[in-house]
Design a binder for this molecule. Structure first.
Ligand SMILES: *[C@@H]1O[C@H](CO)[C@@H](O)[C@H](O)[C@H]1NC(C)=O
Ligand SMILES: *[C@@H]1O[C@H](CO)[C@@H](O)[C@H](O)[C@H]1NC(C)=O
Ligand SMILES: *[C@@H]1O[C@H](CO)[C@@H](O)[C@H](O)[C@H]1NC(C)=O
Length: 362
């Protein structure tokens, strides 16, 4: 009879088929279905996504003109920050995250900071995080490599196929996540693809707008690059400074304007800056660097979501703004006309800055 034969064949094929599927299933990697919070972003190239970045992410504190954030890196990541910008300095042979100088503000060692990032990444396996390191003392990549190894982040770091990639050539967020290489690190100077290939040269890959501006009319002009801006990703420095200290004025974050600066719309807002830049350059900025990201109640993340064509819908509310508190008020307190309130420590820091002839550089 033919029927049993056919049946046998059918069973045999099914067996082969299922064992084949089984074998493939064993070899197929886990596939992320939600990437950086959105299913739509899994198939999107890294260079075609807009991320919110924390400017001087390690410079945390209130009542201190040398700080740019109220909450530390873990809270920043919890709330949606996906680029962490930092200033690295050499202090007795150790890489330290300091603002302008380590005597002005010292945010601890790079290694300790990277360990916090690693802990967060381990708890959040479907997210890609970028690091932007301003290499203030031009330290060699090998020294950074040691810190990354100590924190266990070297093995999670993405290595591009070439030292610089055009905006359209970056892998998708899904493939970065699936490959376990979810840390994308840019170094502002001394990057050497042959020495440490995951420390990616910033300015051949990214151009930036002006930083430390005191005019809320943020422009979208190419300010720093060492590549071709028409094919590079780009970063907008969207944080407003104000001059403190009278005659010898020093630029420091204008925290009183942070709600307006971070807003989704209106003059001087992040939303307006993104729209202006998209109109001027034909595509959205990739990185939006902000101060005090939680001012605006999530507006900075809403702006990025809009740019990405997704909906900002956080499962839990983000952290609340921490306004500076007035310094110990004497009655008849001189909260002066400029409206800035400087605690004792900050005043000393300003004096130190003046003494050294330095400004609070971004
Ligand atoms: C970059 O921006 C700063 C601040 O606005 C400005 O002084 C400088 O001339 C700009 N440089 C270039 C090359 O555009
Ligand atoms: C910013 O907005 C928050 C929430 O609306 C508000 O509590 C805070 O007072 C505002 N801060 C400033 C400096 O305008
Ligand atoms: C991504 O591509 C879309 C479609 O070309 C474009 O509208 C958007 O501005 C791009 N975003 C970025 C960050 O490149």
């Amino acid at each position: 009879m033919h029927i049993p034969t056919i049946l046998t064949q059918a069973v045999l094929s099914l067996t082969l088929l299922s064992s084949h599927s089984f074998v493939s299933a064993v070899h197929v990697q886990r596939r992320a279905t939600v990437c950086n919070g959105h299913a739509e972003l899994c198939e999107r190239g890294y260079g075609n996504v807009t991320f919110v970045g924390a400017h001087n992410s390690y410079a945390v504190g209130i009542n201190n003109l040398a700080t740019n954030q109220d909450y530390d890196v873990t809270q920043q990541l919890n709330d949606g920050i996906r680029m962490l910008q930092m200033q690295a300095h050499n202090l007795n042979g150790v890489i330290q995250l300091c603002h302008t100088t380590c005597s002005l503000y010292n945010g601890g060692t790079l290694t300790d900071y990277l360990k916090k990032v690693k802990t967060w990444l381990d708890a959040n396996p479907d997210d890609v995080v970028s690091l932007l390191i301003v290499n203030s003392d031009n330290l060699p990549p090998a020294q950074y490599d040691t810190a990354f190894k100590d924190a266990g982040l070297d093995t999670q770091s993405f290595v591009p196929d070439a030292p610089s990639l055009p905006q359209g050539a970056w892998p998708t967020l899904g493939s970065l996540i699936d490959s376990g290489k979810r840390v994308v690190t840019f170094l502002s100077t001394t990057a050497d693809y042959n020495a440490v290939p995951y420390l990616i040269d910033e300015f051949t890959n990214i151009w930036e707008t002006a930083f430390d501006v005191t005019d809320p009319n943020f422009d979208c002009n190419v300010n720093r690059t060492s590549g071709d801006p028409s094919t590079q990703m780009f970063l907008i420095n969207h944080f407003l400074d104000k001059l403190f200290g009278g005659i010898a004025a020093l630029p420091a974050p204008d925290k009183d304007s942070a709600n307006v600066t971070n807003a989704a719309s209106g003059f001087g807002s992040l939303g307006q800056h993104v729209q202006t830049c998209a109109a001027q350059h034909g595509r959205n900025p990739n990185f939006l660097l902000v101060d005090f990201y939680e001012f605006g109640g999530g507006s900075v993340f809403e702006v990025a979501a809009t740019a990405n064509g997704v909906t900002y819908n956080p499962t839990t509310p983000i952290a609340s703004p921490l306004p500076d508190t007035p310094s110990t008020p004497n009655k008849g307190d001189n909260q002066d006309s400029a409206g800035f309130r400087i605690a004792i420590g900050t005043s000393l820091a300003v004096v130190a800055g003046l003494f050294l002839g330095l400004s609070f550089v971004a």
